[in-house]
Every structure is written in structure tokens, then in C-alpha cells.
Write a protein that binds this ligand. Structure first.
Ligand code: PMP
Length: 437
């Protein structure tokens, strides 16, 4: 039998460590749409890892690219010298982005992408002679990672409350409205929520505001879907007041919404797109900020001496060659497997199956956007136990991995899932909800 190490030393992230260590759920391997636990139980991966392995796990094409790259160039210093793969990956990325968004700055994670984009926004305004534009505006229930910048613009209270002073940021209200509960896809009502941005601008003056950052749909907050017209309205207000609009597409990027980026699905052009997760199908950590060329050009055309470093920012592992190899392999797979068409075939099927849960007990809402959805439950059983946790435990026994957070079970199945697997996932979830007290 395989030896299980002591669980004491690893302080696990976003985990109830004491609960986990009493009753550990350990995953030993993964393949395609499935995880396998330490007892060999096969689990359908209903969240594609953490929204990141849409192509499925342990894809040979990515594994091989990574292994070959490890043997050829395992690391390359990335400051003042470069390597070809990062340029190749950047070129492949900008083939997929909206026109004009064609400058790629690599990071190692989505959190780093958030802080990079915020710093880039402030630096940009200095470069173009408007140094007072420093404030940021995020949104309630927004998630932009865990570094200080991203946390400051983020809107999940439980993630912020232990840390004292953060950056001074304003927050739009989130877009969940009780009257929109059980909407299919984008709610028709609620675009007016974007007008709050006008109020925040009026309070602070546009001359002090650098950027607004939102996720096209708020993923970690529980797949909170923007009402129709909301994102367009945000864009209009940002344009009117000369404020940069950053879309954090760490979850929505790479086909989750049906097109490569949520910006395309929602037909709204931001000034920066943040990505991570699907960039490498999560096999190797990597993120990026994809900036509009006007931002890059402001740095390049700033009349600095040739030897000056225009944007003093970056990470030891920015554009890591192994991550770039994984990214290139992932981009090839998205294209060669026609993932966009596959996702668009699955979206209506998924939406239908999700909304068939309506009528089950304890449901507060069912939401969906693209190939993502959430089941919102009245959180507590009569005896105080947490219903989403019970759903998680029941599903695990039945061969389904689900992620729960707050009141929500979030779903984002792999793009390679079969319709029969989607059915099976919802059958197990329905049973899990039925057995709640
Ligand atoms: N932004 C968004 C929208 C995310 O969903 C996440 C991760 N869930 C992040 C940023 C942070 O990414 P990472 O965990 O790679 O730092």
C-alpha cells in the first residue's frame, strides 16, 4: 500500500486545515475529465480543477511539450535577455484577443496579473502626464487574487477582513439581484447598476481615477452573471471619463463563455485583459496581462533614454520557458480540438440541465453563463451544518468532485465533457440536494 505522509507540515491554502486533517480528501492522479482519489475512486471534475483545466487533465500534448522544454531550456533569465518561446506564445495569444489588445506581459498567476495590471494602469497615467489618476474601482463579490492590490479591489469580505489596511479603493455593488433569481443566462434587468460608476466618479473626480477592474462574470463570488447591457454601460462610462477598464478574465478567458474571451462574448472592449488558469490548462503556473497597444506605446514613446527600463516590474519566473511551452501546447489544443465549437454545443445543454434542478428544496438561485453555473442554496441545515459542504461530501462518495464556497456550488465542467457526463453530474447533484435536511 502507498504510504500517506503526515499531514501536519503543509499549511493548506483556502482550506479549513483542522477539518481537512481530520478527514482528508486526497487526489492521487487525474486524466481527462476525471480525478482519482487516494483510494482509487474516480471523480468527475465538475470545476475543471479550479476553473483551469478545460482541456482535461494530463493531456499528452502538454506533458510532452513540458518534458521536452525541461530538457532543452529549463530556465532562462528573463530580464534584459529573452528566449523565443515567450514571443511565440505572445504572438499566439494576440491572434485570439480583440484587435488592439496586443501586448502581453507575463506573470506566474492570476493574482500577479491583477497587481501587474493595477501598477501598469497607474504607471500609464504618469507616462501620459496625468499622475493624479491613481484610484481603483472594483466590485462587490469580485475576486482578483490574494495579493495586496487584487485584494484591495476585490469584494469578498471574508478574504479581506484579517489584513487591516488595504489600498484605498471603491467598489461598485455586485450584480446579484433577488428579482433575477433563476434567470437563464444573462438577466434582462439590472444594467442600471453600472450607473453607480457615475456616482463614484462624481465623488472622487475622474482626474483621480486610474482604472475600473471587474470580472466579466464574477466566478469565485458564485458565478454572478452581468445583466444584459451592464458591461457595455461600464465601458461607456469609463470611456467618457478617461478611465481604464480592466477585465479580469482569469476564469472567463479561454472559451469558458463560448468565445475565447468574455470581452468577445459580451462585445465589450476593455483596455487590459488578465488571464491565467486556461493559459496553460494549469499544467504549469502562468498568468498574463494583455494590454492595449496604446498603453505599451505610452511607455515606449515616453522619450526615455534608450537604456531606461520603461516598466520596472516583473517576476523571476515571468515568461518561464516551461510555462510558455505549456501555453503554446494549450493554444494548439484549443484550436486543433475546435474547443470553441465544442463549448458552444455544450452550453445550451448545460443550461437546460442546470435549470431542471428548479423545484428542488433549499434552492435560492440557479445561474449560468457560458459553460459555468452556480447552485445557490440556503446555506444552513436546521442543525447548523453547512448544506454546500454536505453536498460536497455526498457527491464525493458518488464519484463527483464539486467545489463549494459560501452558499454556492460552482460548476465549470471540462470542455471535453460528454453530454452524458453532464447529465450524470446533475443527477448526482439533484440526489445530493434531495437528501439535505
Ligand atoms: N482573478 C480571478 C478572476 C480569479 O478567478 C483568480 C483565481 N480564482 C485569480 C484572479 C487569482 O489567480 P491565482 O489563484 O492564479 O493567483
Amino acid at each position: 500500500m502507498k504510504h500517506t505522509p503526515s499531514l501536519d507540515a503543509h499549511w493548506m491554502p483556502f482550506t479549513a486545515n483542522r477539518q481537512f486533517k481530520q478527514n482528508p480528501y486526497l487526489i492521487s492522479r487525474a486524466e481527462g475529465a476525471y480525478l482519482y482519489d487516494q483510494h482509487g475512486r474516480k471523480l468527475f471534475d465538475s470545476l475543471s480543477g479550479l476553473w483551469c483545466c478545460g482541456l482535461g487533465h494530463t493531456r499528452t500534448e502538454i506533458t510532452q511539450a513540458v518534458a521536452e522544454q525541461m530538457g532543452r531550456l529549463d530556465y532562462s533569465p528573463g530580464f534584459q535577455v529573452g528566449h523565443e518561446l515567450s514571443f511565440e506564445l505572445a504572438n499566439r495569444l494576440i491572434e485570439k484577443t480583440p484587435i488592439g489588445l496586443n501586448k502581453v506581459f507575463f506573470t506566474c498567476s492570476g493574482s500577479e496579473a491583477a497587481d501587474t495590471a493595477l501598477k501598469m494602469a497607474r504607471a500609464y497615467w504618469r507616462m501620459v502626464g496625468q499622475p493624479t489618476k491613481t484610484r481603483f474601482i472594483g466590485r462587490g463579490k469580485g475576486y482578483h487574487g490574494v495579493n495586496f492590490g487584487g485584494l484591495s479591489v476585490g469584494g469578498i469580505g471574508s478574504n479581506r477582513k484579517l489584513y487591516g489596511n488595504l489600498l484605498d479603493a471603491d467598489h461598485l455593488n455586485h450584480t446579484w439581484l433577488a428579482e433575477n433569481a433563476f434567470s437563464r443566462g444573462l438577466p434582462t434587468y439590472g444594467a442600471h447598476l453600472a450607473d453607480e460608476l457615475e456616482e463614484i466618479v462624481a465623488l472622487n473626480d475622474a482626474s483621480n481615477i486610474a482604472a475600473v477592474i471587474v470580472e466579466p462574470f464574477a466566478g469565485s463570488g458564485g458565478v454572478i452573471v452581468p445583466p444584459q447591457g451592464y458591461l457595455k454601460r461600464l465601458r461607456e462610462i469609463c470611456t467618457k471619463h478617461n478611465i481604464l477598464l480592466i477585465f479580469d478574465e482569469v476564469i472567463t478567458g479561454f472559451y469558458r463563455t463560448g468565445q475565447c474571451f468574455g470581452s468577445q462574448t459580451f462585445e465589450v472592449m476593455p483596455d487590459m485583459i488578465n488571464v491565467a488558469k486556461g493559459l496553460t490548462n494549469a499544467a504549469i503556473p502562468q498568468g498574463a496581462v494583455i494590454a492595449h497597444e496604446k498603453i505599451y506605446n505610452a511607455f515606449m514613446e515616453a522619450n526615455l533614454p534608450l537604456h531606461a527600463i520603461e516598466f520596472p516590474h516583473g517576476y523571476t519566473y515571468s515568461a518561464h520557458p516551461v510555462a510558455c511551452a505549456a501555453g503554446i501546447a494549450a493554444m494548439q489544443l484549443y484550436d486543433s480540438e475546435q474547443i470553441e465549437a465544442k463549448v458552444n454545443d455544450l452550453i445550451p445543454y448545460f443550461e437546460n440541465a442546470l435549470h431542471q434542478l428548479k423545484g428542488l428544496p433549499h434552492l435560492e438561485d440557479l445561474r449560468n453563463c457560458g459553460l459555468a453555473g452556480a447552485i445557490q442554496l440556503a446555506a444552513r441545515n436546521g442543525d447548523g451544518t453547512i448544506r454546500p459542504r454536505e453536498v460536497f461530501e455526498y457527491c464525493w462518495q458518488q464519484g463527483l468532485y464539486v467545489r463549494y464556497g459560501g452558499n454556492n456550488i460552482s460548476l465549470a465542467p471540462p470542455f471535453i465533457a460528454e453530454k452524458s457526463e453532464i447529465d450524470q453530474m446533475f443527477n448526482i447533484l439533484a440526489d445530493a440536494i434531495r437528501q439535505l435536511k
